[in-house]
Write a protein that binds this ligand. Structure first.
Ligand SMILES: *Cc1c(COP(=O)(O)O)cnc(C)c1O
Length: 500
């Protein structure tokens, strides 16, 4: 029988000529992007989208394609010039990394190769495992189990799941089968609760809600004036909760809190958890990387005692989004929490699925992309020592910033800045608090809107703060000066406008 005549299509170019044209377009894409990256300093840190762009980005469904070249030109015109600014040397908002040129190219290679990273008998799986082993060794958890995930939120949420599994198994509860529902009126099913300082990042609330524990299950421990967890309060809260029939299962310590860069006393939390038989999780979204620096390690000492650790590589690790990692000290517990065998995924001793699906067994995702490549390639190319130097460079820049603020009578540092975050404001003597809040809000918006730089904000002790978080490998000391000078100049302008 001869094959029926079908007009068979593919997304590949279909002839040598089409391949040549696509190759030329691809080279242009690479060149355009590298030109963009090489010229960032000449660009504003951010620009508002004009109405034409907003209009261009609301289109009818494209039933018929316009071709790669025309679609790409649309990207160049309407998308490329209008990101949120995190590529820029003066982006200090929230905690967002810049990405790197090599990381960008690695993402292209990862998409090109397009491996399915549940596991399988393939070199890309060995690359992810190698990377995890390196990270585990670097962060005091040699032999630990890990998996790459989208972000710190996912990393810490997965770790909290392991903590819950460990505690419930100890109590003889099958949490995987029964969940946290009180099916049986079994008193062991008392509400599970976990602890973190009031400065813990918002992932903990989302995790508590998502895991069916409820937001009330996340107990916020007050902080001291240095924004670190008050250990006496922690002990009192755990005792009171136990007396009330609740079941504490985990304490979250943060290495590098998002507001101020303070770190909890992780060694003290580790001791407390060991005595009280609680799981010790460290959220080191950005701060975990401070552990790699001999100079900074004392701030996050105790991190190496964690039962689990969540951290990002797309913040201080500088890699393109998304890239984060969860590490769990006990590989058996990690797997027992998440592995879910299925007939269509059964491992064999030979062939493509030999070795099973180790990464799918360490989290929720089944299909996963090759995020590991950009991290593996970058660490090999640049070495860990360079990453450490860049982390230290950002801290030194923040120290300089804090010093300039403290030396100027019209500027105020609103919290200690021990790591890479400084919360500051324009605050000439004699101006009332509400006015300072309004002035600094306006100053911040003008700095962003004029494209000078992108700091963000927070509220500390009821006071509006301009917040400078530095995970920027492109920033120089002169960029810090530009921001400080802009705050002073705009502060004077705005204050006099408000007073006139
Ligand atoms: C950014 C951050 C998170 C969340 O990480 P994502 O990668 O944004 O999900 C958690 N904790 C801290 C301390 C953070 O700074």
């Amino acid at each position: 029988m001869s094959a029926p005549k079908l007009s068979e299509e593919t997304f590949d170019p279909r002839s040598p000529e089409e391949w040549a044209a696509f190759r030329a377009l691809s080279h242009r894409m690479v060149d355009d992007m590298l030109t963009h990256l090489a010229g960032l300093r000449e660009q504003p840190a951010w620009r508002e989208m004009p109405a034409s762009v907003r209009k261009a980005l609301v289109e009818p469904i494209p039933r018929t394609g316009v071709g790669a070249e025309a679609a790409y030109l649309d990207f160049v015109q309407n998308v490329l010039p209008y990101p949120d600014g995190n590529l820029h040397p003066r982006f200090f908002g929230w905690v967002k990394g810049n990405g790197t040129p090599l990381g960008m190219m690695a993402d292209m290679l990862a998409s090109g190769l397009n491996p399915h990273m549940a596991g399988f008998n393939q070199a890309p799986a060995l690359v992810e495992q190698q990377l995890i082993d390196w990270l585990a060794e670097l962060l005091g958890m040699p032999g630990g189990s890990g998996v790459l995930v989208t972000g710190g939120t996912m990393a810490s949420t997965l770790a909290l799941g392991v903590a819950r599994f460990a505690k419930t198994r100890e109590l003889g509860i099958n949490v995987r089968e029964d969940g946290v529902q009180a099916w049986t009126n079994d008193p062991r099913h008392g509400p599970l609760v976990f602890y973190g300082s009031a400065e813990t990042h918002g992932w903990a609330r989302k995790a508590a809600e998502f895991m069916g524990l409820g937001n009330r299950a996340f107990r916020r421990v007050p902080v001291d004036t240095d924004y670190r967890m008050n250990m006496t309060a922690l002990a009192e809260m755990v005792t009171a909760d136990r007396a009330a029939g609740l079941i504490p299962f985990c304490v979250v310590g943060t290495a590098g809190t998002v507001n101020t860069g303070a770190s909890d006393d992780l060694t003290a939390i580790a001791d407390f958890c060991r005595r009280d038989k609680l799981w010790f999780h460290v959220d080191g979204a950005f701060g975990a990387l401070a552990y790699l620096s001999e100079r900074l390690r004392p701030q996050v000492a105790g991190l190496e005692l964690a039962d689990s650790l969540g951290f990002d590589l797309h913040k201080w690790g500088c890699l393109p989004f998304e890239c984060a990692c969860v590490l769990v000290r006990d590989p058996e517990l990690h797997k027992a929490t998440y592995a879910a065998p299925a007939s269509y995924l059964a491992a064999a001793t030979r062939g493509v699925i030999a070795g099973g699906l180790p990464f799918a067994d360490r989290g929720i995702d089944l299909t996963r992309g090759f995020k590991a490549l950009k991290a593996w390639l970058s660490l090999k190319a640049d070495g860990v020592d360079k990453l450490v130097r860049l982390v230290e460079q950002n801290v030194a820049q923040t120290e300089y910033l804090a010093k300039r603020v403290e030396e100027h009578a019209d500027l105020e540092l609103l919290a200690p800045a021990p790591l890479n975050i400084a919360c500051i404001r324009y605050a000439p003597a004699g101006v009332p608090g509400e006015v300072l809040d309004a002035v600094n809000t306006e100053v911040l918006l003008r700095i962003q809107e004029t494209g000078i730089a992108v700091p963000s904000s927070t509220i500390l002790g009821g006071r509006f703060a301009i917040r400078m978080a530095n995970v920027n490998h492109r920033a120089r000391l002169s960029d810090i000066d530009i921001v400080i000078d802009a705050i002073l100049r705009l502060g004077r302008d705005v204050l006099s406008e408000m007073q006139s």
